[in-house]
Design a protein around this ligand. Structure first.
Ligand SMILES: [Zn+2]
Length: 265
């Protein structure tokens, strides 16, 4: 890989990271993600193109708005940097041998990152993001496979949604509060269409396992470090389902083979 290609793909990722920031900021507020253009959340002044260069502008402006000097959230350069590094990783890992996967990850990365960030910060999953995943899932199934692939994809989304819907009803009865929200149900439908019938079980199992583990860690921190009186072990589920989906996409076939050979199904 030439260094020039690497720099270009990193810069491309950082620009998409800029857009990811728009998603993170505007979707929970139910604002349009297209209009108006970038502006300072404090003084509403329009951000000039030369002040809107990912990562670099933040450093040059010292993390402050040029007009009103209000502090700009460190989230902006972090997300841009993360996306730049993600795209560089996809390029090294998948290009040019697995072009379809490369394109798939390029499209999914901003969706996955903004969804996880919003779920952690606001405890909600915007439908727009989950529906985008459904579209990517169906389109990939059609491109890779055939009508069978598409059928598998649709069934997987349905299975995920039905299982989560049943679990949410049971959870409500037992715990008297919402354990699995509507957002989680639409998200698992999306991830299901993306990873197929075997994959959707991997997503649910891995998501639940890491989610539980994170719950214990969070409970420990809230109890012993933050000294909360009645600490809760609740964690947003979205990010863990997404980790499950990434595992299913990358190593799903191997995991299923391992399972089948172990249990001699
Ligand atoms: Zn300002």
């Amino acid at each position: 890989m030439s260094i020039l290609y690497g720099i270009f793909i990193f810069a491309f990722g950082a620009v998409v990271g800029s857009f990811t920031n728009v998603l993170i900021y505007r979707l929970p507020k139910r604002k349009s993600i297209i209009f108006p253009g970038s502006h300072c959340p404090n003084c509403s002044s329009k951000i000039k193109p030369y002040d809107n260069i990912p990562i670099i502008s933040y450093i040059i402006l010292g993390g402050k708005c040029r007009n009103c000097k209000a502090k700009i959230s460190i989230r902006y350069p972090i997300v841009e940097l993360l996306m730049g590094l993600c795209y560089l990783t996809f390029f090294i890992a998948f290009y040019p041998n697995d072009l379809l996967r490369f394109i798939q990850f390029i499209i999914l990365a901003p969706i996955f990152l903004s969804l996880s960030w919003i779920d952690i910060e606001h405890w909600e999953i915007p439908d727009e993001l989950s529906i985008s995943i459904i579209i990517v899932g169906l389109a990939s199934a059609l491109l890779i496979g055939s009508w069978n692939g598409l059928l598998n994809s649709v069934i997987a989304g349905g299975i995920g949604a039905i299982i989560f819907w049943i679990l949410s009803k049971i959870g409500k009865k037992i715990f008297q509060k919402e354990a699995l929200g509507e957002g989680d149900i639409i998200l698992i439908a999306g991830l299901g269409t993306l990873v197929g019938v075997w994959g959707v079980f991997i997503v649910m199992i891995i998501g639940a396992l890491i989610g539980m583990l994170a719950g214990f860690v969070v409970l420990f921190i809230r109890k012993n470090i933050l000294k909360q009186k009645s600490p809760s072990s609740a964690v947003p589920f979205g990010p863990f389902l997404i980790i499950g989906a990434i595992v299913a996409i990358l190593w799903g076939t191997k995991l299923v083979e391992l399972y089948l050979s172990t249990f001699q199904v």
